[in-house]
Design a binder for this molecule. Structure first.
Ligand code: C2E
Ligand code: MG
Ligand code: MG
Ligand code: MG
Length: 281
């Protein structure tokens, strides 16, 4: 009996695994097709300066206009792209689209008063760990006629730590091209402080899980204040993500946080919506 039950359980898991694998295969094929059919799009979420409230840039967030399932966010498909190396092609598409958009905004004079709008692009580990990533970025800039100063790259702590022997050189190459380098979702990973001081970085983005617990949670207060003060002490710019209330803004600004991103400022918008939003300000 036990044996029979064991076999039934095994068969159950086997069929679940097969179904999951099949769903991933379908998604993988659809992703590849979506790239050739131009179904991907970048949304833009505004980032503003704490002291002046002025716009400083936007984060590019990937969306997929799936022919049957409608508008999909990255959580619905990125994991499959990352498993199948499709992420390299998709990631390069994101970089090219961001560079082209930055150039278009420059031509449209869509600025924030003191210089061009900077577009922040999220990288996947696969892209950053590839040999010659900085050369890819240089090629994208050359092809699109964009300047490095118009782009920012967001990496996670994990991506930096998993690649710690090569990260300093790659980051230095990217900064030499004029790009800003930031650490996304900071506080959720395990960056050693020693590494943080050694890596050529420009910015830390405080993870929204901390911001979400402000202003009331005393533990979140202590951690967030410590992160902001440490980053400022290291000469890094600090951006708070997922800011949803004026109380959160005030607390963070008081600690020295210089930039804000979140629903309080604006949600992620399609390029036309973002452009209209900037002009209406
Ligand atoms: P992230 O880089 O930390 O991006 C911030 C996420 O928080 C976005 O979700 C954004 O829509 C959401 N968000 C912003 N403000 C608020 C707020 O006030 N409240 C709440 N609840 N959420 C807010 P999204 O667009 O679903 O992206 C999820 C993640 O997918 C991103 O997290 C990033 O890690 C990844 N991602 C997005 N675009 C790309 C891309 O082009 N390439 C790669 N490799 N990853 C991407
Ligand atoms: Mg990000
Ligand atoms: Mg983040
Ligand atoms: Mg994230």
């Amino acid at each position: 009996r036990a044996k029979a039950r064991g076999r039934a359980t095994y068969q159950f898991f086997e069929s679940v695994l097969a179904e999951t694998a099949y769903a991933d295969l379908v998604l993988e094929a659809e992703l590849a097709q979506g790239l050739t059919r131009n179904e991907f799009e970048l949304f833009f979420q505004p980032q503003v300066e704490a002291t002046t409230g002025q716009l400083s840039g936007a984060e590019a967030l990937l969306r997929w206009r799936h022919p049957q399932r409608g508008l999909l966010g990255p959580d619905a498909f990125i994991f499959v792209a990352e498993r199948h190396r499709l992420m390299l092609a998709l990631g390069e598409w994101v970089l090219r689209e961001a560079a082209a958009t930055a150039r278009r905004w420059r031509e449209q004079k869509l600025t924030h008063g003191h210089g061009p709008m900077r577009i922040a692009v999220n990288l996947s580990r696969m892209q950053f760990h590839l040999d010659g990533f900085a050369d890819t970025v240089r090629r994208v800039l050359d092809d699109s006629g964009a300047q490095g100063q118009w782009l920012e790259l967001e990496l996670t702590e994990r991506m930096l730590m998993d690649h710690i022997e090569h990260a300093p050189a790659t980051l230095a190459q990217l900064r030499a091209l004029g790009l800003t380098v930031s650490v996304d979702d900071f506080g959720t990973g395990y960056t050693s402080l020693a590494h943080l001081t050694e890596l050529p970085l420009d910015k830390l983005k405080i993870d929204q899980s901390f911001v979400a617990r402000l202003p009331d949670d005393v533990g979140a207060q202590a951690i967030t204040r410590a992160i902001v003060q440490m980053a400022v002490g290291l000469g890094l710019t600090v951006t708070a993500e997922g800011v949803r209330s004026a109380a959160q803004w005030q607390l963070l600004a008081g600690w020295g946080c210089q930039q804000f991103q979140g629903e309080l400022v604006g949600a992620p918008m399609s390029a036309p919506d973002f452009e209209a939003w900037v002009k209406a300000r």
